[in-house]
Design a binder for this molecule. Structure first.
Ligand SMILES: *Cc1c(COP(=O)(O)O)cnc(C)c1O
Length: 430
């Protein structure tokens, strides 16, 4: 018999006995117990896989990683606390010391902040290019370039990336192409089929799908060989003192060397770990990903077609519409339909902050909720110029296709007729 105080923290649970839980359990523990010191030393030295501390991973998170890797057709994955952390740590792990990034001008506002402000603080240079200008991508590449970065379908104007064209440039230069597939989702497009090397996600959006949990994932698609030009990637191809002089590329091989560096260096050192509870919620969300995305994409196209005929709307930025500049690329790369995140421009001259006409319409919406998020079960509305993309300069906004009249919509799971009625009623106020 243990004493009361001993029993209250130890009795009834044996860390070695699985519980046959049909649904992945939430492993809500900060750390993991080792059978022996020898076992602990092996796990710490990456000689054997194993759980050690929830900053590195939890078993709930490992299930999520395997699942997202499978959905993207990749080799391995790492999950973190947010999409922002997935993007930031992926870039840090690939640029190493002295590397340079080439990125599309058409990006989520938080990623622009990261690239032009925080990476600049860290002396990581970034060149922005128009994602449709293949010559600009080619010309921006320098000997020290280590990443090409773009979104599969850009937030908020829904420009569709010509994956193949950019992937060919990346391959020719021996540089990995990293795709943010948050808006695209692996149900609508799998970047691995079009030459990408890594995919990042804000799992907060369509993967989790219900607006309740933050998370991010990076997938190593298994296509990029750091050993082809080993001098460019010393972090993977040279003995690494902090891992007992292990050479990550030799130990783990193509498609599996990136995740150990990402987790045991960057997540370990900087700390943006995914909570087991959020990992579990994202897993729950993923179980209905295809159903939700198919329904939301169909609804968004109905809304876009309706809004294209509306006298108060000057432009609808939806690549499913035949007159959209990216319609051809959408037909080629998005056979299941275009994403449910798209934008419209109100008619009339652009008005500076506080944008009275835009505000009148947005504030009149009742079914669409004014929320800085996308991919929720609820339909959401956002004004990029004063919300998600408010840190961009006027020139950067113009390059991304965003005006002061641009309103972003994210179609949810409500009845399309209710959404159309809501938009019509709100636009009547304009
Ligand atoms: C939201 C978003 C991010 C950032 O993800 P968080 O989970 O909010 O940190 C990155 N990229 C895109 C395209 C996004 O929409």
């Amino acid at each position: 018999m243990s004493a009361f105080s001993t029993a209250q923290v130890q009795t009834g649970y044996d860390a070695a006995v699985p519980q046959n839980s049909a649904v992945p359990p939430i492993h809500q523990t900060a750390a993991y117990e080792f059978a022996s010191l020898a076992d602990a030393a092996d796990v710490f030295a990456l000689r054997t896989p194993g759980n050690l501390y929830s900053r590195s991973a939890s078993p709930t998170q490992l299930i999520l990683e395997e699942r997202v890797a499978a959905l993207e057709g990749g080799a391995s994955a790492a999950a973190v606390a947010s999409g922002q952390a997935a993007v930031a740590l992926t870039l840090l792990a690939l640029v190493g010391r002295g590397g340079h990034v080439v990125a599309a001008e058409q990006l989520y506002g938080g990623t622009v902040d990261l690239l032009q402000d925080t990476l600049a603080d860290l002396r990581i240079p970034v060149t922005f290019v128009d994602q449709d200008d293949t010559d600009a991508w080619r010309q921006a590449i320098r000997p020290e370039t280590r990443v090409l970065f773009a979104e599969s379908v850009a937030n908020p104007i829904a420009q569709v990336l010509d994956f193949r064209a950019i992937a060919d440039i990346a391959q020719g230069a021996g540089i990995p192409l990293v795709i943010d597939n948050t808006v695209g989702t692996p149900y609508l497009v799998r970047p691995v089929e079009h030459g990408a090397d890594f995919v990042v996600h804000s799992a907060t959006k369509f993967l989790a799908g219900h607006g309740s949990s933050l998370g991010g994932v990076v997938v190593d698609l298994g296509t990029f060989d750091f050993g082809a030009e080993p001098e460019k990637w010393p972090q993977f191809t040279r003995p690494y003192p902090r891992f007992g002089d292990l050479v990550l590329q030799e130990r783990f091989g193509i498609g599996r060397a990136f995740v150990p560096l990402f987790k045991t260096k960057y997540v370990h050192d900087l700390g943006p770990s995914l909570s087991p509870f959020n990992a579990w919620q994202i897993l729950q969300g993923i179980e209905t990903l295809d159903l939700r995305v198919a329904r939301q994409s169909a609804t968004a196209l109905i809304l876009a077609e309706h809004l294209a005929q509306h006298p108060k709307i000057a432009a609808v930025h939806h690549p499913g519409l035949a007159d959209n500049p990216w319609h051809g690329l959408a037909q080629r790369y998005l056979p299941h339909g275009a994403p449910s995140v798209f934008s419209v421009d109100l008619v009339g001259a652009e008005e500076a902050f506080p944008h009275p006409r835009v505000a009148t319409v947005i504030d009149a919406l009742e079914v669409f909720r004014l929320v800085a998020n996308i991919g929720d079960a609820r339909s959401l509305v956002n004004h990029p110029a004063s919300m998600t993309h408010s840190h961009l300069s006027a020139e950067q906004r113009a390059a991304a296709g965003i005006s002061l009249n641009t309103i972003r919509l994210s179609a949810g799971l409500e009845d399309p007729a209710d959404l159309i009625a809501d938009l019509d009623r709100a636009l009547a106020h304009a």
